[in-house]
Ligand binder design. Structure first.
Ligand code: ATP
Length: 353
């Protein structure tokens, strides 16, 4: 399996180094024959090539079997004409990675703030309220006068259908429970359509239990009783916000892994940002990117029919759980290790099995 690795900004290089350490062990133990090809992205690429995403990189990624994107300094990148492309948006849009799968779970030895739970937020990734990706040309956020801004939210039938089916398929492999999160009482047309399409799609999956919750009420429900949820499907921005909350409820934002999936490509990416406040200090939790990479391996295994990739993914998840249970983890989840040592602990557990 050929994987392109883009370390990114802030804590990106640190958590990426910890992740590739785990991947190398997984490759050896499960004979994955991983080939990791690293390229600069974000500020490092801007400095070297005059663009945050260097010319030709998309072709390299398209030819590979998967992509790992470390967090990038999205907030710094404002002017595309000066090469300041948002790498996350660029790959999601260019590769049509329409589903953002964000699991959140608690771990033995590190109970959640609100009891144990295990859920997955499936977030639409290509349209919605994200002004930088919901237009064919230009930007969906407009300065009408110096004091008036209009931000467009785009919802399309085809995008609702494909995210609904992705969520239903995942729910069928889990506890067969789908929750649709929306704001159809106010956004009656857009979220009304999203809700109706999700409910319609779910009818094709026998035994799938479906409910729906207003996004504001969801904040209360998920804090009060997170274990009532299995797979949660949401439009882009609601899913983005909700999944940061569920990651934090699971113990730390640094546990939040995610996979961006399309029909042909997938990109592993931590759910959090580049965390400049803790960058370069060897304190960031690498689990977010390690778990994201496990999701990438599982996706590749399912797509190619090579079971050993799915076995490797489960083994990595098991090693992460064991490391956290033993307290061999970073400070945000109650341990005392640095980023590199926490990654090495997971790699060591993985190797020992
Ligand atoms: P960006 O502008 O790139 O989104 P940010 O700091 O605004 O960066 P996040 O990177 O998501 O947003 O960080 C939010 C908070 O969570 C910060 O206090 C950060 O230190 C913490 N955090 C994020 N990722 C991790 C991690 N992997 N381990 C520990 N703490 C983290």
């Amino acid at each position: 399996m050929h994987i392109v690795v883009l370390p990114g900004d802030g804590i990106g290089p640190e958590i990426t180094a910890a992740t590739t350490g785990v991947l190398r062990v997984a490759s050896e133990r499960f004979q994955l024959n991983l080939r990791l090809e690293e390229h600069p992205i974000g500020h490092a690429s801007l400095k070297q090539f005059g663009a945050t995403v260097q010319p030709g990189l998309l072709d390299v990624v398209r030819a590979a079997d998967g992509l790992i994107l470390g967090p990038t300094a999205t907030f710094d990148f404002k002017d595309e004409a000066r090469g300041e492309i948002n790498p996350s948006r660029y790959f999601r849009k260019s590769l049509d990675l329409f589903a953002n799968v964000r699991p959140a779970r608690t771990y033995a030895g590190r109970p959640g703030r609100l009891g144990d739970f295990d859920l997955v937020v499936v977030r639409e990734n290509t349209e919605g309220f994200y002004a930088d990706r919901n237009m064919e040309q230009g930007n969906g956020e407009m300065l009408v006068t110096p004091d008036v801004v209009i931000s467009l939210r785009r919802i399309t039938r085809s995008c609702c259908e494909r995210i609904a089916h992705a969520a239903c398929r995942l729910a069928m492999k889990r506890r067969k429970h789908l929750t649709i999160v929306h704001k159809a009482n106010v956004l009656k047309i857009g979220d009304g359509m999203f809700l109706a399409i999700c409910r319609e799609a779910a009818r094709a999956y026998p035994g799938l239990e479906v409910d729906d919750v207003l996004v504001d009420a969801m904040m209360a429900h998920v804090v009060r009783n997170p274990d009532r949820f299995d797979v949660v499907v949401a439009t882009n921005m609601f899913g983005d916000i909700l999944s940061d909350l569920t990651a934090e409820l699971s113990g730390s934002l640094g546990l939040g892994g995610s996979l961006n999936v399309g029909d042909r490509h997938a990109m592993a990416q931590a759910a959090h940002g580049s965390a400049p406040d803790i960058a370069g200090q060897d304190v960031a939790n690498p689990v977010s990117l390690i778990q994201s990479t496990a999701l990438l391996l599982a996706w590749h295994g399912e797509k190619s029919g090579a079971v050993r990739y799915e076995e490797a993914a489960s083994a990595i998840e098991g090693a992460v759980a064991k490391a956290i249970a033993e307290g061999r983890a970073t400070r945000d989840v109650g341990g005392r290790l640095g980023t590199i040592a926490a990654g090495a602990a997971i790699a060591e557990i993985l190797q020992a099995k």
